[in-house]
Design a protein around this ligand. Sequence first.
Ligand code: C2E
Ligand code: MG
Ligand code: MG
Ligand code: MG
Length: 277
Amino acid sequence: KAKELGRNSFEYFSAEMNAHATERLETLNSLRHALANDEFVLHYQPKVRMASGGVVGAEALLRWRHPQRGMVPPAHFIGLAEESGMIIEIGEWVLRTACAQNVAWQRAGLAPIPISVNLSPRQLARGDVVEVVRKALAASGLPPHCLELEITETVVMRDVDKSLETLRQLKELGVCIAIDDFGTGYSSLNYLKRFPVDTLKIDRSFVNDIAVDQDDAAIAKAIISLGHILNLKVVAEGVENEDQRRFLHENGCDDVQGFHFGRPMPADAFAATCLRR
Ligand code: C2E
Ligand code: MG
Ligand code: MG
Ligand code: MG
């Protein structure tokens, strides 16, 4: 009886696993197909200087314009792209496209602003990441200080010495480096001091209740102070309303990003927004 049950559950699981594997394989193939068929697109979200209200940057955010599924957000495919290694090619495409877009905006008369690109853990771990970034800059003609790379703390902490070396080389190229989702990982203050970064981005999870939750308010204030003591710029992400904006303003946050100021949008809409301001 037990044997029968065991066998049945094995068959059950293996069928389910097969379905899962098949689905993953299909997604993987379609990621490849998507890259080859130009189905990826970047949307751009404004970063706003608290003091002036001016647009001082743009974060490039990846979307998959799927012929049947419509606009697919990164949460639905970045994980698989990362696991499968497809993120390397996709990430190169993102870098090239974002750099070229920034040059196009500047040629069209927009004031020069840095463009921020998210680097995945796997990209950063590769020995050739510095070369890939250098090539994207060279191919587009974008000045290095007009590119910012956003990386997450956990990535950096995985292999501290190697990350430190990579970040130093990236800094030598002249690009800016931001720590994304700050506060959700576990950077030690010692590493934060040693890493050649320019910016801390306060994670959205702290910003959400910043105006109503005393703990989140305290954490956000602490991150702002810490950043400023270390001579870093502090940016808050996920700012959705005026109460959050006011709190961040009163507590000296440098830049803000969020639906309150602008959603991620196609390149031409971004340019129009900048010209209107
Ligand atoms: P992230 O880098 O922390 O990007 C911020 C995310 O918050 C974006 O989601 C953005 O649309 C969203 N967001 C911005 N303002 C608000 C707000 O006021 N409220 C709320 N609720 N959300 C807001 P998105 O575009 O879905 O991207 C999710 C994550 O996917 C990104 O988090 C980043 O980790 C990853 N990602 C996006 N594009 C790329 C890429 O080109 N390469 C890699 N490796 N990862 C990417
Ligand atoms: Mg980011
Ligand atoms: Mg973030
Ligand atoms: Mg975040």
